[in-house]
Design a protein around this ligand. Structure first.
Ligand SMILES: O=C(O)COP(=O)(O)O
Ligand SMILES: [Mg+2]
Length: 242
């Protein structure tokens, strides 16, 4: 689909479409994690609330909303941070201290969490810890368990977070804040961290680049990958709601 065709798709979205929750990495991006510009007009024209649900720290999805002119409706840090609008209080379903303790213990054992000196991946992270896939997983899982936390591999990072917080929990909180039933949302994602969101949303779509466990959990799997898969998912949703 060309950029012009994505503009046409944006123009033709039926007003009956449901609220949309969408992941960033692997879903709105290409394979280099650059956001696919063809998704912009579709997100901007969506006729119902759009929620960005990501494992990334809060500034990334907030900036995406700001630059696209969308209301800031964000589930960040895999549900650890929920923002349902610029004028709303931010909800923090997760306790930040345990993840910080895991980072300290992991470093003490001589491991590096990765990401270089600036550590932009964790710098503004408030409730969980993201560790590079180049760092060893076994000691991370061991330390996470010792602190009552779990590790999820998104295909982009290992995320250490509370066992009772995920994108599904975040979506429930978001839906409550917006006065919607969470079952009315559609959810489009690509990684294991999206599965709890699929379970809470009424409709779930995954893109072709997702692993088998994610494909098994979604209602519909697109033929196309990454941003092209997102656009195909939108076309599928249009058919379900026309
Ligand atoms: O930060 C990650 O590891 C994955 O981010 P995502 O949830 O937007 O795909
Ligand atoms: Mg993803």
């Amino acid at each position: 689909m060309s950029y012009e065709q994505s503009l046409q798709l944006a123009d033709s979205l039926p007003s009956s479409l449901p609220p949309l929750t969408v992941d960033i990495d692997g879903t709105l991006t290409d394979d280099t994690r650059a956001v696919d510009p063809r998704v912009f007009p579709v997100l901007q024209a969506w006729p119902a609330p759009v929620v960005i649900a990501t494992g990334k720290a809060m500034p990334y999805p907030v900036a995406l909303c700001e630059f696209l002119g969308l209301e800031v409706r964000v589930i960040a840090e895999n549900g650890g941070v929920v923002i349902s609008g610029r004028d709303e209080e931010i909800s923090y379903p997760a306790d930040p201290n345990a993840a910080q303790a895991v980072a300290t213990a992991y470093r003490k054992r001589g491991y590096d969490i990765g990401w270089g000196a600036a550590n932009l991946v964790n710098r503004w992270r408030e409730t969980e810890l993201a560790v590079s896939l180049d760092s060893p997983l076994d000691p991370l899982e061991e330390l996470a368990a010792e602190h009552g936390l779990t590790v999820v591999d998104t295909g982009y990072a290992y995320h250490v977070h509370a066992t009772d917080v995920d994108k599904g929990v975040g979506l429930r909180q978001m839906a409550t804040n917006l006065g919607h039933d969470p079952g009315t949302f559609a959810f489009i994602g690509d990684s294991p961290n999206d599965i709890p969101g699929f379970d809470v949303a009424g409709r779930s779509v995954t893109v072709a680049n997702s692993p088998a466990v994610v494909k098994q959990s979604a209602e519909y799997v697109t033929d196309a990958s990454y941003g092209s898969g997102f656009l195909e998912a939108v076309k599928w949703l249009c058919k379900q709601y026309e």
